[in-house]
Ligand binder design. Structure first.
Ligand code: ZN
Length: 291
């Protein structure tokens, strides 16, 4: 499922291929992916020009300006689990699960939103509506400062893995890059953010930034569905060091990678490189039955 590097790659592709182009017509083939009224979605976006592409965390915001100088609209795109937002020739056959089409310029090319699992969403919003959505998110994981990062960790006692994935605290990480960043920082997924040393917190901050930057350079990770704006898969899959490598040897020390379920999500880690701290999140032991 798309996380920050995948969404950033889509954003960069849209800038290359669609910036400055006119959204000549909008067609909704499956209204369930539209937030709000489908009619309003069409009428507020048609006839506008794409003037900016921005991203915060996993949210993508396309700014569309009108010729008459009226207030801009924003197309907020959430790729969800399996969403794809690509520029394609109109003549190319539609894949199944293609839900929304935005014809560009003379209609020879179009933006296509395709989503097999249909957890993704498109919404046409005003600047105020967009700011309300983005304002609920924490700082973007690629832009957060170290001071902000350390402040957000302070006093937190849940699992660091869940903390990294909490979009209200830090926007952009999901399961893949949270596991990879913890491995890079040699931190156990059940460590508590408020209890790690200053040195470890510093290491984690830089591990997050490094893992994300490297993944963006390689166009993200494709397991099955993710494609960039030009329909290409990401190349980070081969660089994964722990994610979905349960049972395989650690690439650093050779110990077998293990899996642990935290808050319903699998965490992959090396039990030697990421030693379990003395105190971890959720350590209440089940009570022994009375003798
Ligand atoms: Zn190891």
């Amino acid at each position: 499922m798309p996380e920050l590097p995948e969404v950033e790659t889509v954003a960069q592709g849209l800038k290359r291929r669609a910036l400055g182009r006119l959204v000549a017509a909008v067609e909704i083939r499956h209204p369930a992916v539209i937030v709000g009224s489908p009619e309003k979605f069409v009428s507020t976006l048609e006839g506008r020009t794409l003037v900016n592409v921005a991203r915060q965390g996993k949210a993508l915001a396309l700014e569309l300006s009108a010729l008459d100088g009226s207030a801009p609209r924003f197309l907020l795109v959430r790729l969800g689990m399996t969403g794809q937002f690509t520029v394609a020739p109109h003549a190319a056959p539609y894949k199944s699960h293609t839900h929304v089409l935005l014809a560009l310029d003379d209609g020879r090319e179009e933006l296509r939103f395709r989503d097999v699992r249909r957890f993704g969403r498109l919404r046409s919003c005003t600047r105020e509506e967009l700011e309300a959505v983005l304002g609920a998110l924490g700082p973007d994981a690629q832009r957060i400062t170290e001071a902000q990062f350390l402040a957000a960790m302070r006093g937190r006692h849940g699992a660091i893995k869940s903390w990294l994935m909490n979009q209200n605290l830090l926007a952009g990480l999901g399961n893949i890059y949270a596991d990879e960043a913890l491995f890079a920082a040699r931190l156990h997924p059940l460590a508590q953010p408020g209890r790690v040393s200053a040195g470890t917190a510093h290491r984690l901050y830089h591990a997050v930034r490094k893992v994300l930057d490297r993944a963006v350079q390689l166009g993200g990770t494709t397991f099955s569905d993710y494609l960039d704006a030009e329909g290409r898969p990401g190349k980070f899959l081969k660089k994964l060091r722990v994610y979905q490598r349960t049972g395989e040897p650690c690439l650093r020390c050779g110990r077998t990678i293990r899996r642990l379920v935290i808050a319903g999500r699998s965490s992959h880690f090396c039990p030697r490189c990421q030693a379990r701290p003395r105190v971890t999140a959720g350590m209440r032991r089940p009570r022994k039955p009375e003798a």
